[in-house]
Design a protein around this ligand. Structure first.
Ligand code: DGY
Length: 368
């Protein structure tokens, strides 16, 4: 019997042991190709196999998976290296991933035809090639809703920290810059009477708006592909064009998904249209901004300031020009970083996988 037919009839793990111990000389390249192309929908335990790309997700999710599946995971609390991910997904039925993992056609192809579902512990899923998943009938789970409040809360905190210069002022306390109270020192821009534009008016955009209302802005506006009449009426928000938002807002908050349409939509042209007192906040994705253009606008004081929870790349290199500016506040993508939210995100990701493997309804499935 040829090696190939032997491999294709047998259990992969036993064969690997056999190949390892056997004195028979095998063509290693051939063996590797054969092993990579063999797909097993069941582990030796008979359970479905799930690869988790991080060991540091809340254990509730992993415990749920372990009850029904054979679970393996990357061992370090940093993103799994690409070559390791390529190795580990082979033969897996499901992948539990994070936004730091690029799940493209190469990974999907390498996993094999038994791959049934991919679930990400995030609301954003631009790191997953959903077109490829659709082609192969792979279901994709994500975690909307559960992180809406945490992200909206963080966005408002970032907006206030930027507009009222909290980090700049705090530094002065420690570096001796605080000499005395002074009437014109550390003055920022308040929200009362300001015009606030929300670029994106989905779940998170609406919750940001709701949290801003008590600060008494003069007007809330939003851009969205479709009119959100019911939601807008509740918040007294008006739908405007992107240009109108750029030209008239004192605060502009990006809280949209990253799509081909929104990619680098905040570019030189957009920053030129903004008011000189405009404050730009981004808790969406770094990719919606042309960062070189933003840096120039901040440096030339064409806009007043920016607050960014997301950048390109992440992490931002320590020599990035943005880090040299005083009128920008940068956070390390912590929008959903609230303990209970992250626990719930882990649980939902696991439930999505279990449902995906059983062909049942996921808690939240990307419609592709
Ligand atoms: C997401 O879920 O997409 C956020 O950016 C991180 O939680």
């Amino acid at each position: 019997m040829s090696l190939i037919s032997l491999l294709s009839r047998s259990n992969s793990r036993l064969l690997l042991v056999f190949l390892h111990k056997s004195p028979i000389s095998v063509n290693l390249l051939e063996t590797k190709v054969v092993l990579n192309s063999l797909q097993y929908s069941k582990t030796t335990s008979g359970m479905k196999s799930v690869y988790v790309t991080r060991p540091d997700v809340a254990s509730i999710g992993i415990d749920l998976l372990k009850k029904e599946c054979d679970v393996s995971s990357w061992s370090q609390a940093v993103p799994v290296p690409r070559d390791e991910l390529l190795r580990q997904v082979v033969g897996k039925d499901a992948i539990y991933c994070a936004l730091t993992d690029k799940i493209d056609s190469e990974i999907i192809e390498r996993a094999g035809p038994q791959l049934k579902c991919i679930a990400t512990i995030s609301v954003g899923y631009e790191h997953i090639d959903v077109a490829e998943c659709k082609k192969r009938g792979i279901r994709v789970g994500y975690t909307p809703d559960v992180l809406t409040d945490a992200t909206a809360e963080l966005t408002v905190a970032l907006l206030l920290a930027t507009s009222r210069r909290l980090f700049e002022a705090n530094k002065e306390v420690y570096n001796g810059g605080w000499k005395s109270w002074a009437p014109d020192w550390m003055c920022g821009q308040g929200l009362k009477g300001a015009r606030v534009g929300l670029f994106g008016f989905g779940r998170i955009g609406q919750e940001i708006a709701a949290r801003l209302v008590p600060f008494k802005p003069s007007k809330l506006t939003y851009t969205a592909r479709t009119e959100r009449t019911t939601e807008a009426v509740k918040l007294n928000a008006e739908r405007v064009s992107f240009d109108e938002m750029l030209c008239e807002s004192d605060f502009i908050v990006a809280c949209c998904a990253l799509t081909p349409e929104t990619k680098e939509i905040f570019n030189t042209d957009a920053f030129k249209k903004m008011k000189s007192n405009a404050i730009f906040i981004n808790s969406a994705r770094g990719g919606v901004v042309d960062q070189t253009a933003l840096c120039a606008a901040l440096k030339d004081k064409r806009i007043l300031g920016a607050g960014l929870d997301v950048t390109t790349p992440e992490p931002l290199p320590l020599d990035d020009p943005l880090l040299k500016l005083d009128n920008v506040v940068i956070l390390p993508h912590i929008g959903s970083a609230d303990v209970n939210t992250r626990i719930e995100m882990s649980r939902i990701t696991a439930l999505n996988i279990l449902a995906g493997l059983k062909g049942e309804k996921m808690v939240a499935e990307v419609s592709i």
